[in-house]
Design a protein around this ligand. Structure first.
Ligand code: FVH
Length: 285
């Protein structure tokens, strides 16, 4: 598949996401072959110009093959006996880095060129610049730009899944922190919509610190230029006390403070907050 949008492509798996992928390829002008275990899900795409492959073998012959199924076990179940010699697979199914590396090794043994990927987007944004598609494995000599903003992260096939899981950890941690504050403020009659803009400002401000903190982590030196961890920990105590006094859940505040206390006990109290990476780099208590 070259960088032309006339390059043929195949999509295996026409769930909510797979259908959005196939539709984006069609819209961009790629001759698009589709296959789904439940064939009826292909009907609307065929009406829009897609070709329904009668078999998996036929589908795999239709060009670069994008796989988007429920999970990696479904991928192995579907492709286990498919004959992958000479195919190019781009697996956009969600999973973890171990599954990605294992599937890459398996697929290459079958003679396939295998890229692992992750979709940081919802189906409705596929085909727009907002849709972030992460790839890892051999550098692609084809263009998936029809799907959104595509980045190749490196040769290690586990990278896309690692970034995906790291990104999901960031997303859910930020949302949980917002929910904690929302719960606290609701006890004072402040509704979520009133607090949200303030929370957005805090999130954006903290996001601005990341490059400087990343530099400290990469250098392994955490000079307290803004505040020392001991100062932060005192404010964390307020978070715990406040949550308990208000009768809202205090588990997240307690976890945040416990990790800081462990780093302080290990002698890092006088250093800047990113020194906490030491706690995140090892299995928890
Ligand atoms: N939907 C989303 O917003 C998220 C965004 C981030 C990435 N995820 C991941 O994308 C994968 C597919 O998700 P999906 O939402 O399309 O999932 P479903 O709509 O449930 O479709 C599942 C498709 O997988 C087929 N399938 C499942 N098991 C098998 C199997 N053993 N053999 C062959 N095909 C299989 C299923 O076929 P059918 O049930 O229609 O016959 C669907 O085509 C997923 O990893 C998300 O985490 C989406």
């Amino acid at each position: 598949m070259n960088n032309e949008t006339t390059a043929p492509v195949t999509v295996l798996g026409l769930g909510l996401m797979g259908t959005a992928l196939a539709r984006a390829f069609l819209k961009a002008g790629h001759p698009t072959t589709v296959w789904n275990r439940t064939a009826a899900k292909a009907d609307s795409l065929v009406a829009e110009g897609a070709r329904l492959a009668p078999t998996i073998g036929d589908a795999l012959a239709g060009g670069v093959t994008i796989v988007c199924l429920t999970d990696y076990s479904a991928v192995r179940e579907l492709l286990g006996d498919a004959g992958l010699e000479g195919t190019t697979l781009v697996n956009l199914t969600s999973g973890d880095s171990a599954q990605a590396r294992e599937t890459a090794a398996w697929a290459e043994k079958q003679g396939a060129r295998y890229l692992d990927g992750a979709i940081m987007a919802i189906p409705s944004s596929i085909g727009t610049a907002e849709a972030v598609i992460l790839l890892s494995g051999p550098r692609p000599d084809f263009d998936l730009g029809a799907l959104g903003t595509v980045s190749h992260l490196g040769e290690d096939p586990g990278l896309a899944s690692l970034y995906d899981v790291a990104g999901l950890t960031m997303m859910w941690s930020v949302l949980n922190a917002w929910l904690q504050g929302t719960a606290m403020l609701k006890t004072a009659g402040v509704d979520a919509a009133t607090y949200a803009p303030f929370a957005q400002q805090i999130a954006a401000g903290v996001a601005g610190w990341l490059p400087g903190y990343a530099e400290q982590i990469d250098k392994g030196a955490f000079p307290a230029e803004v505040s020392a961890l001991e100062t932060d920990a005192r404010a964390m105590a307020h978070m715990v006390e406040e949550s308990e006094a208000l009768g809202v859940n205090a588990e997240l505040p307690k976890l945040i403070k416990a990790m800081a206390d462990r780093a302080i006990a290990a002698g890092h109290g006088g250093e800047q907050y990113p020194v906490l990476i030491r706690e995140f780099e090892r299995p928890g208590e």
